[in-house]
Design a protein around this ligand. Structure first.
Ligand code: FMN
Ligand code: SF4
Ligand code: SF4
Length: 424
């Protein structure tokens, strides 16, 4: 039986699945129900000076018949009194001693950080998460992403928190920056035991085109919000990988952003996350999704003979490289399995209009399976991406007789490149 125990900078939980700091982690009653479903940890909805929220406050991108592939919010931090939150943290920790309770915090002055950290730890927090990410409302007040975008301020506030805390401290980073690495390094210099990423991406989710107001509508106006959900996963994965592979960065990462199932979680772990946080998918489907996540992760670990998470945290990081190190002589082409093909010909249109014009109708009009001109196929993958039948189009490696040669080797050492295809 694989051991799912996770350790992120000293915060230990029975499995790597944590609720992210957000509405599903707003109260003790909710978090206790979540733990009953199997969540290993929860990052409490950010505590600070309680705020007043607007109504409405959420929006979503629906696409191709699928609802909420991307999600947006203009909600702020907790709107509940601090004493109530601390009482519920205490009760929850007492009832669930083996689960991880991480308390997310956002205040302004050094004195306020000292006070709220002490009260969180007294209430039973196993760890703290510093919210340097919120891209709306709180940043206008000099907190949230306003801190996450300034490495010096990030480092300073992280160092205050580390000084005052007796439990591990994670800094939660904002994705609203050009390069995540200096910000992760700033938290590390400040003494953070780890970082969490990503918080939400600054966005306008849509516009009410009849009433001429962006969404979500608050009376007659709106404001930019934070984008999250399945659509942001590629951005989160990139930021995670960029930090994981940086030689100067060596503290653990809690991965967040668009995780919907066990497979997504494994991708985060392979790129260096030692725990994985989820918000939007829980808001859309409920706490029970963790049951499949745990089962799927266990099956995956069994399949690969991984006994612990450490056996594969970061295992895909060495394979993430800059473009100049990719083998330009590696060649693959598309092949259609005529038995699987249903003759819809969407691959033909895609290749014709969006790629390299090398999928053609069969000479015999009675046969709907298209024909690929392999001498022209550049192996771009587009036909495989649009084909509605899984496994019908495969990308097959071609032995073209050329040794491996990267752009860097070509420029610096004169390595020979194979002739170009599709360049006429
Ligand atoms: C409605 C809503 C409220 C959120 N509130 C907070 C918050 O109080 N503190 C925080 O650090 N992150 C907050 N987040 C961000 C999430 O914790 C998470 O970083 C982000 O949504 C990406 O994860 P996801 O794609 O699984 O939703 C909030 C997100 C949403 C959708
Ligand atoms: S898209 Fe797939 S199923 Fe449709 S014709 Fe092309 S190969 Fe066949
Ligand atoms: S891989 Fe690209 S170029 Fe080759 S057949 Fe498919 S779409 Fe066309």
């Amino acid at each position: 039986m694989p051991d799912l125990t996770s350790n992120t900078g000293g915060i230990v939980s029975p499995n790597p699945f944590w609720l992210a700091s957000a509405p599903p982690a707003n109260s003790g009653e909710q978090i206790q129900r979540a733990f009953d479903h199997g969540w290993g940890g929860a990052v409490w909805k950010t505590l600070g000076t309680p705020i007043q929220n607007v109504s409405s406050r959420f929006g979503a991108v629906n696409y191709g018949g699928k609802r909420a592939i991307g999600f947006n919010n203009i909600e702020l931090i907790t709107d509940r009194p601090l004493e109530v939150n601390f009482k519920e943290i205490y009760e929850t920790k007492k009832k669930y001693p083996k689960h991880a309770i991480i308390v997310s915090l956002m205040v302004e002055t050094k004195e306020e950080w000292k006070d709220i950290i002490k009260r969180s730890i007294d209430a039973g927090a196993d760890g703290l998460e510093l919210n340097f990410g919120c891209p709306h409302g709180m940043c206008e007040r000099g907190m949230g992403s306003a801190v996450g975008q300034e490495p010096k301020v990030n480092e300073e506030i992280t160092s205050w928190a580390v000084e005052y805390s007796t439990v591990p401290v994670l800094s939660k980073l904002t994705p609203n920056v050009g390069d995540i690495v200096p910000h992760g390094l700033a938290s590390q210099r400040g003494g953070a035991h780890g970082v969490s990423l990503i918080n939400t991406i600054k966005s306008i989710i849509g516009v009410d085109i009849d009433n001429f107001v962006p969404q979500p509508v608050v009376g007659t106006q709106s404001s930019n919000g934070g984008y999250c959900g399945a659509a942001v996963r590629p951005i989160a994965l990139h930021m995670l990988a960029a930090l994981s592979r940086d030689p100067g960065f060596n503290i653990p990462i809690s991965g967040i952003g668009g995780v919907t199932n066990w497979r997504d979680a494994v991708e985060f772990i392979l790129l260096g996350a030692s725990s994985v946080q989820v918000c939007t998918e829980v808001m859309l489907k409920g706490y029970r999704i963790v049951e499949d996540m745990i089962e799927g992760l266990e099956d995956y670990m069994r399949q690969h003979n991984f006994e612990t998470l450490d056996d594969f945290v970061g295992k895909a990081v060495p394979a993430y490289s800059e473009w100049g190190n990719l083998d330009l002589n590696f060649e693959s082409i598309a092949k259609i399995d005529p038995e699987a093909c249903i003759g819809c010909q969407v691959c033909m249109t895609a290749c014709h209009d969006g790629a390299h014009q090398c999928i053609h109708p069969n000479d015999d009009p009675a046969i709907r399976v298209p024909v690929i001109d392999e001498s022209e196929c550049v192996g771009c993958n587009l036909c495989q991406i649009v084909c509605p039948v899984d496994g019908c189009i495969s990308m097959v490696e071609v032995d073209n007789g050329y040794d491996s040669a990267t752009w860097n080797e070509h420029v610096n050492l004169g390595a020979k490149l194979r002739p170009k295809k599709g360049a006429h």
